[in-house]
Ligand binder design. Structure first.
Ligand code: FES
Ligand SMILES: [Fe+2]
Length: 358
């Protein structure tokens, strides 16, 4: 797991004035929306006796602990201790860590790390999200697997004929043409032509509509954006599809993929259910393979697993994560709540509050 990134952890529509528990990197956060609409992210553990703030209530801009009513403002500072006599000052250590939050693309992004704002990897530019001609739907998928195995699965072209035979993979065309890598500062991708099998359901209808019994090769782009986003773009004769997924690392062995799927065709609400089901069924095809992989965590040693030319994009991912480790951004798996200072999981907002743990 890596620090110094913005993580898209939840959909904006799930964050309200009710405190919401968000898990990320084996840590718990309480996330809520103030009356002015601003999203706040704090450590979930109350600094007093460790009760979960996510079980509390939001009052004005503050979250109130359910145990003894301590009130915390968006900066994490405690502003009220109801049991104290009136006029007694509140100790400086009475605060929880607060995290920088941005809402963009319908996701809530939390910055985890210790880099100043101007040195952080940016929240990526994702043009599909601005395109009014595309219909978007969103969903979650839960895995018992490490997020990096899931990211690599999302990049893996050679598995389609085996894992997705009958969906979009063609068992009669397993060869992967040599492909070029597109390299970006914080990711990489590739575009290939895939030979699909004739699909079923609404997709068969679509193919029939265009009078083609054997589908033409389909331009397909897969890409990753560090640390945990995958992109899949598929250009079909009748339209295009793009799926952006933030694979949220809950802990080393648990991931929730928060996906957004765009389509340029059949944009009516009536087609949403089929489109949603299609994404889920693809993930369900991947699940048994990905959850079976051992070791569960991708090794840093590039020679620990075998690579062939069709794995070039995943190898690029592994190389870039090695570079992140060399920068000192690898944090392993934080072992326990409140263990933040030992793991340098501080950020510019919350670092001051670390003294509360010392
Ligand atoms: S544990 Fe939160 S106020 Fe006591
Ligand atoms: Fe897959």
């Amino acid at each position: 797991m890596f620090k110094n990134f913005w993580y898209a952890v939840e959909f904006s529509h799930n964050i309200s004035d009710r405190p919401q528990l968000v898990k990320l990197l084996n840590q718990e956060f309480v996330v809520y929306r103030t009356p002015a609409g601003k999203v706040v992210a704090l450590d979930n553990r109350c600094v007093h006796r460790g009760a979960a703030l996510a079980n509390g209530t939001v009052l004005g801009n503050c979250v109130v602990c359910p145990y003894h009513g301590w009130k915390f403002e968006p900066s994490g500072k405690c502003t009220e201790i109801p049991a104290n006599p009136a006029g007694r000052s509140i100790p400086g250590r009475a605060r929880v860590s607060a995290y920088d939050v941005v809402e963009k693309y319908g996701w809530v992004w939390i910055f985890i790390g210790d880099l100043p704002a101007d040195q952080r990897p940016p929240i990526p530019e994702l043009p599909h999200f601005y395109n009014p001609d595309l219909k978007a739907i969103r969903g979650d998928f839960h895995w018992s697997a490490n997020y990096e195995r899931i990211v690599e699965n999302g990049l893996d072209i050679a598995h389609a004929p085996f894992v997705h035979a009958g969906a979009f993979g063609n068992p009669d065309a397993p060869e992967v043409e040599k492909y070029d890598l597109e390299r970006q500062d914080w990711g990489a991708g590739t575009t290939v032509m895939l030979e699909p099998t004739p699909p079923g359901g609404i997709w068969r209808f679509l193919m029939g509509l265009w009078g083609s019994s054997k589908p033409a090769p389909v331009k397909t782009r897969t890409a990753f954006i560090l640390p945990n986003i995958t992109v899949l773009e598929v250009y079909m004769s009748f339209g295009r599809l793009a799926i952006y997924t933030s694979h949220v690392p809950i802990d080393a062995h648990t991931t929730v993929s928060k996906w957004v799927s765009f389509r340029s065709f059949f944009k009516g609400g009536w087609a949403d259910r089929d489109a949603h089901q299609r994404v889920i069924s693809i993930f369900e095809q991947d699940r048994p393979v990905v959850e079976s992989q051992r070791p569960q965590l991708i090794p840093f040693d590039l020679s620990a697993e075998l690579h062939v030319p069709s794995d070039a994009l995943q190898v690029q991912y592994r190389k870039m994560r090695l570079q992140l480790r060399d920068r000192g951004w690898f944090i392993g798996e934080p072992q326990s709540m409140g263990d933040r200072s030992a793991l340098a999981l501080t950020n510019s907002v919350g670092s001051e509050s670390n003294s509360a743990y010392n």
